[in-house]
Each structure stands twice: as structure tokens, then as C-alpha cells.
Design a protein around this ligand. Structure first.
Ligand code: TPP
Length: 655
């Protein structure tokens, strides 16, 4: 058979295929996904699991007229292959290449941009309602995983959809996995449906069969209809969804294209909100991924023949150091408990889970609940450590304020993936946390320069919380540490809250950095020294409370400050420094704030963005140089000093 995928220009070509061609297409799509992901890494098992489902969706619906909204969007590679992007799939997650999620600028077939889970039903309902109000006529389909179904937002949306009775199709892609095995009562409920689908067949067949009985058939069917309501409670698989106002269809084998197509067509014929329950296998078609879908959720590069991951040797990740350190600290303080919102291995909390299963809580994709649950644990006298990616904590912002800070509860927030995240791109950048945390009452905010300082900050945090002093957060980046030696935990000295560290002294300019940027600042200072410019380098450690005395001292001594952060400039660390200068009445200090713009930052190697946004050591050195030796440039009609701004003005080079 000649290959099919190269001839698929769009969904219309998929519709024209015979069933045997669809099966061949599915095989080719899997091969291409393996080939693309094995080189650069990316989401893998979720994509292999939805190949047939995607084919069926594009055969039944007419995208982009009909709107298909992928929840999270990490499983959208097959959708990309069928909507004209197969030839670019090898660029996925690379700078300038295809996004690893849906992206509206990439294709008219990408309706919803996401990356955070559980938004699809709400957005789909809004879209469906807009369609109705504008008198338009198309189908709206949200495709959501069972993991994403653990989030409250999905139920808020269904609750509202059931009330509005709008025509809307929700496809529940149930593979019984979140990234890790799915958890919670809803997941157990779905598992029950998986294993007892019998009633559903009864439900659809019984009425038909009864009606065929001569004379008594109609009344028997009527009686059965009434019985159905009471029997439903005992037997119907999707009763939860039915009670929310959805018509439940399924469960259907998600790898049988025709079966899925039939269910989708039935959904189209049904009015009001419909939930089609599709059972799939994560990693389908690639044995190592079928066997361990957790490890293959989003692997790095691998050998496609052997299924071996290609790991570069290097220092342990920040996540791993965090996990190990927490285990060591928890051994000495039994009040310490660990909380994750469906990210045990991503956060390193899997190590804690193994060591202290009774003190470990995976609450599902439910960051809001995780934070308020942590608040309750703190009220109960425990020391909760909530390990949540910087980007996902955004979802629980009100809970951080309302349920933790306003009661000054001692919760430790460990924000992994803070800063630029690489291939995941815009939805996952952890670049807002300093701004959103440092303004909150009582919150302490720290960022370690390396993995050993992470250990110190974690010890500081659990001691601070353990003494009931209130909420405290630390943020650290994705990926490997710097390979510095790790201090044994009993020798780790907790930090004095609000004290920065001076890494080197100089009189000409001060480079104030937060997090690992401190090392970039040191490199910049070394380069400046060669030119006779002496720089002070400060590792801020605390963004809140800021070490105001030190800021004042270096500002008075050097008169020139460069602030460096892997974070948006607006409201971030540099802004905190400017506030401090202003509060202390320090005028005439020349400042330059280096950081990230408040703009969408897409996927790509962070190193490329460091260069683009002026954060490499040579660029930091250049910013300092401009403050020390301002070049006078002529502008039309007035004199202007190149580089730098004075305290209190918007000195941001990028914002
Ligand atoms: C709010 C939020 N928290 C955590 C994550 C991290 N995350 C990405 S995919 C995923 C699992 C999703 O499971 P499911 O919806 O069942 O999709 P599957 O990968 O199984 O296809 C998680 C926890 C996220 N994307 N969004």
C-alpha cells in the first residue's frame, strides 16, 4: 500500500479514506510520532493513545467549521498530523517550530490554547453559547482526559452546561492515567464503568426489543422507561454525568475507529450536552510506553529501537535535590507532610511518597484544593509542603491569599519550574511568581542560586513554618543543578530571613541577582574586572523581605545598580529594589533592570531567550558598563544618555 499520511492535506482527505486505509493511516501516524519525539523529546504516550480517536473525530466532524477543543493540548500531535502539519512535526517544541500544544497562530484547526488542564469544557460551553446567540450552526467538541477530569473546573463547567442545556459534546478520553496513575474517587468511579459496561448495552437495546413484542410492547417499553430511572441508580455507568444533565454514551473502545465514529454520530443526534466516554490505552502501539506510561508521558530523546532513554550525565535536577532533602528533613520532623497536585515525579515528591506514604498526598490536578487542603493541615498543627510548579500555582492564587496568607498559616510552597521552561513554552513559563507572591501579606519569598542553597532554603522554610511564623515560598528552576557539593542535611545552616549574600565586593557598580542568575552576574563581574571595573555581586536570596539595608549600602557605595532576574521585570525582583530605593529616599542611583518582558514567551531553549532578552553574562556586563561609562549620544533636539535609568523610573530594559 502506498503511504497515506503524505497525501493527507486536511480533514477532508481523512474523511475520504476506506476503513482499511484508516488503520494504515493510524500506523503511519504512530511511526511518525515515534520518529519525531525520539529526537528531541516531547509528549509521547498521550499522543499514541489518541491516534484512532483523532482520526474518528476528523472523519465525523468538519474542522475548523466544527470546533474541536483539546484539553491541555499535549495530546494534539495526531491532530496536527491530520491538519496539514505532518511535514513540520519534527520541529515540535523547538524554537520557531510547532508548539507542543495547540496554538491558534499555527492553524485554524487549533481552537483552544491550553497547557494547563481542565479548561476545555468551560471554553467549549462558551463557544457553544456564542454560536447559539449568534444563530450559527456547528458542533463544539471538548476532548478531555480522565486526569483533567479530576479538577474542579471541569465540574464547574459541566454543572453549568447541564443547566444551560446547550448542544455540546464532551469526549472523555479515559486511559486511567494522569501523568502518574490517576487518583481519587472519580477515577475509581471511571474504573468501575470500565469494568461493568453491561448496563449501557441494556439501556440502548432494551427499549428496542420490548417495543417489538406484539400488543404489550409499547406499554412494556413505557414501563421500562420509568424503571430505567430507578434502575439507572443501580446500574447506569455514567449516572454521575447524567445527573449533571449530560447524556452519557459509552464506554466505547477508543482504538476502534468505527465504534468511536458511531458514538460520535449518536452524540450529534442527541440534543443538549452529551458525554462520550472513550477508553484508550496510553502509549498504545509502542511497547515500552504501554508498559510504563508514566515514564513515557513526556520523555526526553530516546532510542526508538530499544526504548532506552538517552540521558546526558550531569548533576541531579533541582526537583530531585528538593525531593531528597525533604525526605531527610521529614525524617527528623514528623509534622512534615508533602502535597502534590498530580505531579509526583515532576516535583520529586515521589521520593517522599516512597519514604512516607502516610504523610504524602497526591490530590489530583487540583491545585486550588491542594493549597486550601495544605491550609487545613497547617491549622491542624502539621508542616505542609506543597510542591507545585510555578505556573500551576497561578491557578490557586486566591487560595494562597484567602486561605493561607490572610490567616498567616505556616504553609511551605515549593515552586518548581520557576523561570523559563524550554519546550513547553508559553503556558508553562514560570515567570510571574515573584510578582504574584511578594505582594501578599506575611509571605516570605526565596530563590536559591544553586541546589545546595535549595537545601538551605528548604530547611529554612520548614523551620520557619514549623515555628508557626507563616507562609514561605521558594522558587527554583527546571532541570539540572550546577553540580555543587551538597551539604549533609544536619550540617545545613538555616538562613536568616531577609538577609542577602554578598558574593564579591567592588566600588563601581553592583550587580544584584536572584536565583541562579547570581552565577551569570559573577561571570559578568569577572569580565568587567578585566576592564578595570570593580563590581559588587549580591545573591539576593530573599525577594521578600528584601535585604533593604544591603540594597541601601551598595546603592550608596556604588551609585549604580543592575538587577538581574529570570522573571518578568514588571513587579519582580528589580521592581522590589526600586521600591526599596524609593522608600529609603535614595535619589540619583543609576539603575538597570534586566529580566523578561511581560509578553508571550514561546517554546525554545532558555539559552536563546537569555540572549534575546539581554540576560547572558556578556550582556549583563554590557549593561553595567553602560552605567559606569555612559556614552553620550545625540538624539534629535535633545541630549540623551544611552543605557540605564534612574531609580523610580521604568529602568526596565525589557518589560
Ligand atoms: C493545572 C495543571 N496542573 C498540572 C498539569 C500537568 N499535567 C499535564 S498533563 C497531566 C495529566 C493529564 O492527564 P489526562 O487529562 O488524563 O491526559 P492524558 O495525558 O492521560 O492523556 C498533568 C497532571 C497541567 N497541565 N495543568
Amino acid at each position: 500500500m502506498t503511504p497515506i499520511l503524505p497525501h493527507i492535506r486536511g480533514p477532508e482527505d481523512v474523511k475520504a479514506l476506506r476503513p482499511d486505509e484508516c488503520a494504515a493511516l493510524a500506523r503511519e501516524m504512530r511511526e511518525l510520532i515515534v520518529d519525531a519525539v525520539c529526537r528531541n523529546g516531547g509528549h509521547f504516550a498521550p499522543n499514541l493513545g489518541v491516534v484512532e480517536l483523532t482520526i474518528a473525530l476528523h472523519r465525523v466532524f468538519s474542522s475548523p467549521r466544527d470546533k474541536i477543543l483539546w484539553d491541555v493540548g499535549h495530546q494534539s500531535y495526531p491532530h496536527k498530523l491530520l491538519t496539514g502539519r505532518a511535514s513540520r512535526i519534527h520541529t515540535v517544541r523547538q524554537h520557531g517550530g510547532l508548539s507542543g500544544f495547540c496554538k491558534r497562530s499555527e492553524s485554524p484547526h487549533d481552537i483552544l490554547e491550553a497547557g494547563h488542564a481542565s479548561t476545555s469544557i468551560s471554553a467549549a460551553l462558551g463557544l457553544a453559547k456564542a454560536r447559539d446567540l449568534r444563530g450559527e450552526d456547528f458542533h463544539v467538541v471538548a476532548v478531555i482526559g480522565d486526569g483533567a477530569m479530576t479538577a474542579g473546573m471541569a465540574y464547574e463547567a459541566m454543572n453549568n452546561a447541564g443547566h444551560q442545556k446547550t448542544n455540546l459534546i464532551v469526549v472523555l478520553n479515559d486511559n486511567s492515567m494522569s501523568i502518574a496513575p490517576n487518583v481519587g474517587a472519580i477515577s475509581s468511579y471511571l474504573n468501575k464503568i470500565r469494568s461493568h459496561p453491561a448496563y449501557n448495552r441494556w439501556k440502548h437495546e432494551a427499549g428496542r426489543v420490548l417495543k417489538r413484542i406484539p400488543w404489550a410492547g409499547e406499554s412494556l417499553a413505557g414501563w421500562a422507561d420509568k424503571m430505567k430511572d430507578s434502575l439507572k441508580y443501580l446500574l447506569v455507568p455514567g449516572i454521575l454525568f447524567e445527573e449533571l444533565g449530560f447524556t452519557y454514551l459509552g464506554p466505547v473502545d477508543g482504538h476502534q475507529i468505527e465504534a468511536v465514529e458511531n458514538a460520535l454520530r449518536q452524540a450529534i443526534r442527541t440534543s443538549g450536552p452529551v458525554l462520550v466516554h472513550v477508553l484508550t490505552q496510553k502509549g498504545k502501539g509502542y511497547r515500552p510506553a504501554e508498559a510504563d506510561p508514566d515514564a513515557w508521558h513526556g520523555p526526553g530523546p530516546f532510542d526508538p529501537e530499544t526504548g532506552q532513554f538517552i540521558k546526558k550525565p550531569g548533576p541531579p535536577t533541582y526537583s530531585k535535590v528538593f525531593g531528597q532533602t525533604l525526605v531527610e528533613l521529614a525524617a527528623a520532623d514528623e509534622r512534615i507532610v508533602g502535597i502534590t497536585a498530580a505531579m509526583p515525579s515532576g516535583t520529586g515528591l515521589d521520593l517522599f511518597a516512597k519514604a512516607f506514604p502516610d504523610r504524602y498526598f497526591d490530590v489530583g490536578i487540583a491545585e486550588q484544593h491542594a493549597v486550601t487542603f495544605a491550609a487545613g493541615l497547617a491549622m491542624g498543627g502539621l508542616v505542609p509542603v506543597a510542591a507545585i510548579y510555578s505556573t500551576f500555582l497561578q491557578r490557586a492564587y486566591d487560595q494562597v491569599i484567602h486561605d493561607v496568607c490572610l490567616m498567616n498559616l505556616p504553609v511551605v510552597f515549593c515552586l518548581d519550574r520557576a523561570g523559563l521552561v524550554g519546550g513547553d513554552g508559553a503556558t508553562h513559563q514560570g515567570v510571574y511568581d515573584l510578582t504574584y507572591l511578594r505582594c501578599l501579606p506575611g509571605m516570605v519569598v526565596m530563590a536559591p542560586k544553586d541546589e545546595d542553597e535549595l537545601r538551605r532554603m528548604l530547611k529554612t522554610a520548614v523551620e520557619h513554618a514549623g515555628a508557626g511564623r507563616g507562609p514561605i515560598a521558594l522558587r527554583y528552576p527546571r532541570g539540572s543543578g550546577r553540580g555543587v557539593a551538597l551539604t549533609p542535611v544536619e550540617a545545613v545552616e538555616p538562613l536568616e530571613i531577609g538577609r542577602a549574600e554578598v558574593l564579591r565586593e567592588g566600588e563601581d557598580v553592583a550587580l544584584l541577582a536572584v536565583g541562579p542568575m547570581a552565577y551569570f552576574a559573577l561571570e559578568a563581574a569577572a569580565a568587567l574586572e578585566l576592564e578595570g571595573i570593580e563590581a559588587t555581586v549580591v545573591n539576593a536570596r530573599f525577594v521578600r523581605p528584601l535585604d533593604g539595608d544591603l540594597v541601601e549600602a551598595v546603592a550608596r557605595r556604588c551609585g549604580r545598580l543592575v538587577c538581574v532576574e529570570e522573571h518578568v521585570v514588571r513587579g519582580g525582583f528589580g521592581s522590589a529594589v526600586l521600591e526599596e530605593l524609593s522608600a529609603r529616599g535614595l535619589r540619583g542611583i543609576r539603575t538597570r533592570l534586566l529580566g523578561l518582558p511581560s509578553a508571550v514567551i514561546d517554546h525554545g531553549d532558555p539559552k536563546l531567550f537569555y540572549r534575546e532578552f539581554g540576560l547572558t553574562p556578556p550582556q549583563i556586563a554590557e549593561a553595567a558598563r553602560q552605567l559606569v561609562r555612559p556614552r553620550v549620544v545625540r538624539a534629535v533636539g535633545h541630549r540623551q544618555v544611552a543605557g540605564g535609568a534612574t531609580a523610580g523610573s521604568d529602568g526596565a530594559s525589557q518589560s
